[in-house]
Design a protein around this ligand. Structure first.
Ligand code: CA
Length: 240
């Protein structure tokens, strides 16, 4: 049985960093592709989507932030885990990192050991399973054709916005979505207004799920946003 090594695209312009990353990732058993220019890095990701992208913040021609935004807008690259490498350690920048849709961020100087641990965990991120048009995460099951939601075998009544919001989050289980991202993805508004709207609709989803353990699958991440948990809450009735 042959094992295919995960392919990592490194977009980093500092030659010394590139060499350290290339050597260590290769030693760990990853296949490595390096691009030292922002524009070329983005093109490389579009042309042959890798399993994960290590993305530097400051790059010539196109910033890491802009690259991440564009990756998330493209259906071909939307699901690729992105770890943002940044020399800035201010909290505000970390939050911005999450807002643009990075899965993780790591501050320079970092330990290679830690970076590899983060890469492994990002690669293990659970995927949503879709069987017969049904999207299943934990105890929540969504029929994408009939627009029906079932939690622990109980039919759940959701409005159209709540339905789209839940499906959006369930498509990337465990990923933390900021309110801005959810506004953009669900409502199609990229402005920074009315982020509280998201809280209101999340509240309605929780209320609808309240009679089941499905409510425990919607996690609030303080200061960031929301995620749908993948694990099945203890004591759940699981229907198949
Ligand atoms: Ca740089």
């Amino acid at each position: 049985m042959s094992v295919i090594a995960p392919r990592i695209l490194v977009i980093e312009d500092e030659p010394s960093q590139v060499e350290i990353l290339r050597f260590n990732l290769h030693q760990t058993g990853f296949e490595v592709q390096v691009e030292m220019d922002g524009e070329e890095g983005l093109q490389a990701a579009y042309e042959d989507p890798p399993d994960l992208i290590l993305l530097d913040w400051m790059l010539p021609n196109l910033s890491g932030v802009e690259i991440c935004r564009r990756l998330r807008r493209n259906p071909q690259t939307r699901e690729i885990p992105v770890i943002l490498l940044t020399a800035r350690s201010e909290e505000r920048d970390k939050i911005r990192g999450l807002d643009i849709g990075a899965d993780d961020y790591i501050t320079k100087p970092y330990s290679i050991k830690e970076l590899i641990a983060r890469i492994r965990s990002a690669l293990r991120r659970p995927m949503a399973s879709i069987v017969d048009h049904k999207l299943i995460v934990g105890v929540i099951e969504v029929d994408l054709e009939k627009h029906k939601v079932v939690s622990e075998g109980v039919a759940i009544d959701l409005g159209p916005i709540e339905f789209r919001l839940l499906v959006t989050m369930m498509q990337s289980p465990e990923r933390v979505f900021s309110r801005e991202q959810l506004l953009d993805l669900v409502w199609g508004i990229s402005a920074e207004l009315e982020t509280r709207t998201v809280d209101v609709h999340i509240g309605r989803i929780r209320q609808a799920l309240a009679v089941t353990k499905g409510k425990d699958q919607i996690r609030t991440v303080r200061g960031f946003g929301y995620a749908v948990n993948c694990h099945i809450p203890p004591g759940s009735k699981v229907f198949s």
